[in-house]
Design a protein around this ligand. Sequence first.
Ligand code: HEM
Ligand SMILES: [Ca+2]
Ligand SMILES: [Ca+2]
Length: 294
Amino acid sequence: QLSPNFYASSCPNLQTIVRNAMSRAVNRETRIGASILRLFFHDCFVNGCDGSILLDDTATFTGEKNAVPNRNSARGFEVIDTIKTNVEAACRATVSCADILALAARDGVALLGGPTWQVPLGRRDARTASQSAANNQIPSPFANLATLTSSFAAKGLSTRDLTALSGGHTIGLARCTTFRGRIYNDTNIDANFAATRRANCPASGGDNNLAPLDIQTPTRFDNDYFRNLVARRGLLHSDQELFNGGSQDALVRTYSNNPATFSADFAAAMVRMGNISPLTGTQGEIRRNCRVVN
Ligand code: HEM
Ligand SMILES: [Ca+2]
Ligand SMILES: [Ca+2]
C-alpha cells in the first residue's frame, strides 16, 4: 500500500530536497552513495524498512548500530541527518526517516551512474530496534549460496533478487576482516587478484584496511561486479558464491554481458526490498530526529 505519490500534496518538494542533499554529499565523497545504499539494505532486512538502523544507542536503549554487521562499518548517518533537517524545514513532522533513506539510496545509485526508479513511499518509523535481529538476519560475507538464498527467502526475496541486489557491490569498500579468509584460503579466486588484495590485507593485523568491492570501477554503478565474478575476482566469499558452479552462474553471466538487464532487475529488486514489512497508516511514528524516537 506504499505509493510514489504519498507526499505529493503534503511535501511536494521532498524528492528535490533529498536529491540536492545527496548530490552535495556524493560530490564531497563518492563513497557516500555506497554507504547509504548499504544502510537501506541493513534497515530493510531487520524488521522491515522502518528506519530502525538510524536509532542511536543510549544508556537505556540498545539499537542496531553496534550489531556485528554494522559496528565500525555502517556509515552515512550524518547525511541522513542533514536531509532530515532540510525536509523538516520544508514539511514539518510529515516525512518518515524510513522514506528518506529509501529515496537517498535510490539517488546515490543514480548519481554514481546507475539506474533510477520510482520509490513507493508512506513508510513510518519504528519506535524499536533489534540488535539481535540485525546480528541474525543480515547475511554474512562468509555465507554460502544456500545460506544467502535462505536469508533472502526469509524476507520474501527470490534468488534472482539476491543476485541482482548483490550487484550493489559494484560500488563501495570493504574491510580486510570481511575478506581475509577469501584471499588466503579460497581456491576459486584469480591468483593475481588474491595477491593484489593480500598486499594491503595481511594474514594478521590491518583488519580495518579497505579494498574496493569492485576492483574495476569502485565509484561507478555499472555491471563490472558481475564481470569480476566471471573472472573469479569477487572480493567477498559470499560474492563469489554467486558464480561458483551453482544455480546463479547463468544469471551472473547474463548480467556481465548485459548491463541493461542488470539495471532493470536491480531497480525492480530494490522496490521489492523496499516493500519488506513497512509500518503504515497509524503504525509507528514520523520521527522528528532520525536518531531518537519521539
Ligand atoms: C548478499 C548478501 C550480502 C553480504 C554478505 C554483504 C556483505 C557486505 C560486507 C561484508 C561489506 C563490507 C562491510 C565492511 O567491511 O565494513 C559490504 C559492503 C557493501 N554492501 Fe553488501 N552485502 C550483501 C548484500 C548487499 C546488498 C543487497 C546491497 C545493496 C543493494 C549491498 C550494498 C553494499 C554496499 C554499497 C557496500 C559498500 C559500503 C561502503 O562502502 O560504505 N550489499 N557488504
Ligand atoms: Ca529496519
Ligand atoms: Ca562498479
